[in-house]
Design a protein around this ligand. Structure first.
Ligand SMILES: [Zn+2]
Length: 602
């Protein structure tokens, strides 16, 4: 006895059997009833959501002999049965991936010149139509412009963006959605019962989660479970057979990260490693959990959560105990961890250290909150003349360092009149270090100046403490900084990484976004003119206000400031460690020899 896989056995034969896709099905049925079926229809959507299945049912509906028009094909007449069995001469199914050339399309065009043999219409289904070559598409174009009355084309694609606009504009398009978790759950439950299997709800939820909205993917998982041999399938079986992270372990870990229980987190992680599970998949699932938790906290977002009811209730209960900010912070840290994992040589270590960081993040109070508190204190103080205001020493010192980067020199392109910089004479490494030390010492007197009475700098601090009234669309530089980095990351990965290396960021009173770097090398690329322009555009687009980026870097370390005056040795060392040079040396399997610098070097 041959075994028929579930995907074939359970393929829907009528519109009512289609899983999900109600709006598409209804529109198609209406077009049949009103006799307005387009001669070229394109179905798009991810794999396993019913594109070719619906195309075949449409073929039946167009050709059904029992009823006319057949919004509900009978599935009994000879034509319907031939189409279901795949033996109809008038239904041609082509796989675009293996028949992508102009020759195949020419053959097809020859074929459709003839009238159908037994059915009323010829139906051509081209699956994965985006794989056709440009020439093939061009050959098809003419036919689509004036399709013969006896021919209907049905195209299916997972990548609609690869289809030429000229073709798209000649097709009626239907976008098939991923199947919701609830629909998949019900469908699989019915199938399992029909096959005589009993599946634990938690086990079924796992399969639904793995299916990711695709019926076909879910069915092949079910197939795997059915051939496992047990008639009663538990979630433990699913975890073992399919190599998944069990939902219990995932939930345990999520709770551990929120409650700050490092032992729970590390034991769960050990369990995951012992099973040898896919780490990428596991981090995605974990982030998925936190995303759901965050969505639970946002009003009107319940529709965005696609989970079986039971799993949703669990997460909703958990979310209720935490603030939105906490959940957001932890999710952001998890995302940073996922990024780090991509390049990690020791994923387990990366995971463990990141988890420690995420747990400790609980105790971190955002700088913006601290500033808010300080602001409250300042505004509630009676208005003393500035001379009598005494701020606690160390706190003032910290503020001064941040607000008045005296050891740093603004970069010349932005500052109209740059302050004179003492030229750094060409010197040995040792002398240079002294110079840096000297620069660091200068901090002291200027810090004093700030506390001094009647100082203009005091007013500046006060002014900046006032909360900035934000335009509804404007974003706050400090509060939304992480979001901004993510925004940049989506557009330019290295830029986001360099931004992450900034030691502090703030918006000054003149509407400049100040980025401070203690190591100028971390922002040398960013400071290049064209990159800075791009960054400026990102800043304006994201924060929705006319901010200008200004880099604050230590004077001694800014090679641009020293012009040609820096030591040749230092420049050589810099060139030798330049990423481009290192890469070139690696590619050519060579090593850096003589480095020539200066005007004659080229
Ligand atoms: Zn029929």
């Amino acid at each position: 006895m041959s075994y028929l896989v579930l995907a074939r056995k359970s393929r829907p034969q009528t519109f009512s059997q289609v899983v999900g896709q109600r709006p598409v099905v209804r529109t198609l049925q209406n077009s049949i009833i009103r006799n307005r079926v387009a001669h070229a229809i394109l179905f798009s959507g991810v794999r396993g959501v019913g594109k070719t299945t619906i195309a075949r049912i449409m073929a039946k509906a167009i050709n059904c002999q029992a009823e006319e028009p057949a919004a509900r094909p009978c599935d009994q007449c000879p034509t319907c049965r031939e189409i279901a069995a795949g033996t109809s001469f008038d239904l041609t199914e082509i796989d675009g991936a293996s028949n992508r050339g102009i020759q195949e399309i020419r053959e097809l065009k020859e074929k459709i010149k003839f009238l159908p043999t037994s059915a009323k219409y010829r139906i051509i289904i081209i699956d994965e139509v985006h794989m056709l070559t440009t020439e093939a598409f061009n050959a098809l174009l003419k036919t689509l412009e004036e399709p013969p009355a006896h021919v209907y084309f049905m195209f299916a694609t997972t990548e609609i963006h690869k289809i030429p606009v000229t073709i798209l504009s000649r097709c009626q398009q239907y976008e098939l959605k991923r199947i919701s978790a609830g629909e998949l759950y019900d469908h699989f439950q019915k199938l399992a019962a029909m096959e005589g299997f009993e599946i634990e709800p938690a086990a079924l939820s796992l399969i639904v989660r793995e299916a990711g909205g695709s019926v076909r993917d879910g069915l092949s998982l079910l197939d795997q479970m059915f051939s496992f041999g047990e008639m009663r399938i538990s979630s433990q079986d699913v975890v073992e057979v399919l190599g998944l992270v069990s939902r219990e372990v995932l939930l345990q870990l999520t709770k551990g990260l929120l409650e700050g229980s490092l032992s729970v987190v590390l034991t769960s992680l050990a369990e995951i490693f012992n099973f040898g599970l896919d780490i990428k998949r596991f981090t995605e699932d974990l982030m998925g959990n936190f995303r759901t938790l965050l969505l639970c906290k946002i009003d009107g977002c319940a529709g965005l959560i696609d989970l079986p009811a039971e799993e949703l209730t669990e997460l909703q209960t958990l979310a209720a105990a935490y603030t939105r900010e906490t959940l957001h912070l932890k999710l952001a840290l998890l995302m940073a961890m996922a990024e780090e994992l991509r390049f990690a040589g020791q994923p387990r270590l990366t995971l463990e250290t990141s988890f420690v960081k995420i747990i400790e993040a609980d105790n971190v109070v955002p700088v913006s909150t601290l500033l808010g508190h300080l602001n409250q204190i300042l505004t509630s103080l009676p208005t003393y003349p500035p001379t009598s205001l005494v701020l606690p020493g160390p706190a003032t010192r910290v503020q001064v360092k941040e607000d008045e980067p005296t050891t740093a020199v603004p970069s010349p392109e932005i500052q109209q009149a740059p302050p004179p910089i003492p030229p750094i004479p060409p010197a040995s490494e040792e002398q240079e270090e002294n110079a840096i030390d000297a620069a660091a010492e200068q901090e002291e007197p200027i810090a004093e100046e700030l506390i001094a009475p009647d100082s203009a700098a005091y007013e500046k601090v006060d002014q900046e403490m006032k909360p900035v009234k934000l335009h509804p669309h404007e974003k706050d530089v400090r509060k939304d900084w992480l979001l901004f980095i993510n925004y940049v990351k989506e557009r330019n990965v290295w830029m986001a990484q360099d931004l992450q290396r900034a030691d502090s960021v703030r918006q000054d009173a003149e509407g400049q976004l100040q980025l401070s770097y203690t190591d100028a090398a971390n922002c040398s690329l960013l400071r290049q003119k064209e990159n800075r322009q791009i960054l400026n555009e990102f800043v304006v687009d994201f924060f929705q206000k006319p901010l200008k980026v200004r880099f604050i870097i230590p004077a001694a370390e800014d090679p641009a400031e020293t012009n040609g005056n820096e030591s040749p040795n230092r420049k050589r060392a810099q060139l030798a460690s330049d990423p481009l040079v290192v890469m070139a040396a690696e590619i050519f399997n060579g090593e850096v020899g003589d480095i020539r610098i200066g005007p004659h070097s080229r």
